[in-house]
Write a protein that binds this ligand. Structure first.
Ligand SMILES: NC(=O)c1ccc[n+]([C@@H]2O[C@H](COP(=O)([O-])OP(=O)(O)OC[C@H]3O[C@@H](n4cnc5c(N)ncnc54)[C@H](O)[C@@H]3O)[C@@H](O)[C@H]2O)c1
Length: 266
């Protein structure tokens, strides 16, 4: 029987990058389900305002900072006594990590500021791995639950406009798949969410409108929240949930590598 078979009532859920977009939509959805929600974000004011709006609590957290992670988890344990679900969702693109915030096309690796590189690796990769590292002991001692991370469809496809973003999301997919068997033994489900293009502030300016003009469907953040809830409740761990417009989230499977002989590598 899974931790959330009877819903999320009174469970404790931490959401990173919860001040806006997909994280906020998920925070809202989990509040509707009766969960106690902590919105953590590097945007402290945004996290506070979002938390006040939906009846959650908030924490200022840079997910790339391991010490800040320890402090956040200690505060949750002190205030709520438990943690059942962490949604490791905070993330940026390379262009949003740059001061200009503009998408350069074609991507030029040699002119990418090192600072933008550190920022995206810190948020998208460290934020998931350090977050899992900090939260696993408390989730396990709370009787189990789930870790869900936001990867992207760019976690399994090539995305030439932003190869660094693509690398970070492939990293999340590999991490989640590889952690899942170990965490299952501790009663913790482990899933990655892989959205297509979602209507949030992460998109480059004008991108959503251009995509619509080209007939490319844009996904509302609430649809991703639905996928997160479904993944957290799923009995079978290690799910890679591909979220595309106008259809329910569906599990993605890699082609098997025959002949390698390594267990749990599917
Ligand atoms: N919007 C899309 O099309 C799309 C598609 C696939 C995946 N994603 C992923 O979804 C996740 C959420 O993004 P979104 O689309 O809701 O965008 P968003 O910009 O609305 O939300 C991202 C949030 O993360 C926070 N954040 C950034 N760096 C942080 C850090 N170091 N520490 C803590 N918080 C930090 C931001 O302040 C912001 O509130 C990201 O991981 C993103 O890569 C988005």
């Amino acid at each position: 029987m899974g931790k959330f078979d009877h819903g999320f009532q009174d469970s404790v859920a931490l959401i990173t990058g919860g001040a806006s977009g997909i994280g906020l939509a998920t925070a809202r959805r989990l509040r509707e389900e009766g969960a106690r929600v902590i919105i953590a974000d590097i945007n402290e004011g945004g996290a506070k305002a979002a938390a006040e709006e939906i009846g959650a609590s908030s924490a200022a957290l840079d997910v790339s900072d391991p010490e800040a992670w320890q402090t956040t988890v200690e505060q949750i344990e002190a205030e709520h006594g438990a943690l059942h679900l962490v949604y490791l969702n905070a993330g940026v693109t390379t262009y949003r990590a740059e001061a200009s915030g503009e998408l350069h096309s074609p991507f030029d690796l040699s002119s990418m500021p090192l600072e933008a590189y550190r920022k995206i690796m810190g948020a998208n990769v460290d934020g998931v791995i350090l977050g899992a590292r900090a939260c696993i002991p408390l989730i396990a001692s709370s009787g189990g639950g789930a870790i869900v991370a936001t990867a992207s469809a760019a976690g399994v496809i090539a995305f030439p406009p932003d190869p660094i973003y693509t690398a970070t999301k492939h990293a999340v997919v590999g991490f989640i798949r590889s952690m899942a068997p170990t965490l299952e033994a501790q009663g913790i489900g482990c899933h990655a969410i892989m959205p297509g293009i979602v209507d949030t502030g992460l998109l480059a300016d004008g991108m959503a409108d251009r995509a619509r003009e080209m007939g490319i469907p844009i996904i509302p953040p609430a649809d991703i929240a639905e996928a997160v809830v479904g993944a957290a409740r799923c009995q079978e761990t290690g799910g890679l949930w591909l979220c595309l417009a106008d259809r329910p989230a569906a599990r993605y499977a890699f082609a098997p590598v025959d002949g390698l002989g390594v267990p749990n590598s599917d």
